[in-house]
Write a protein that binds this ligand. Structure first.
Ligand code: ZN
Length: 77
């Protein structure tokens, strides 16, 4: 999938092809239908809060649930 990736704080985002890891137990995968970059994303990309890079922004989005993986708990007697 294509994503706008922040590789360096304060620099323009770079459109790249990225591959997502498979969901782990307790995680889910959604398909992004539409997203936006908000003021928080811009502050993060500017380095206002530090953090780990590379990063992909756009947490305010319309999503479709694609995959849900969960772990069944087995009771041992
Ligand atoms: Zn936001």
């Amino acid at each position: 999938m294509k994503a706008a990736v922040c590789r360096e704080f304060g620099k323009p985002l770079v459109i790249e092809d990225v591959t997502l890891a498979k969901p782990q137990a307790g995680e889910l995968r959604v398909k992004i239908a539409a997203t936006a970059i908000c003021h928080s994303d811009i502050s993060y990309a500017d380095g206002a809060w530090g953090g780990t890079l590379p990063a992909i922004f756009g947490h305010e989005s319309v999503q479709l649930l694609v995959k849900l993986r969960f772990r069944l708990m087995q009771r041992v007697r």
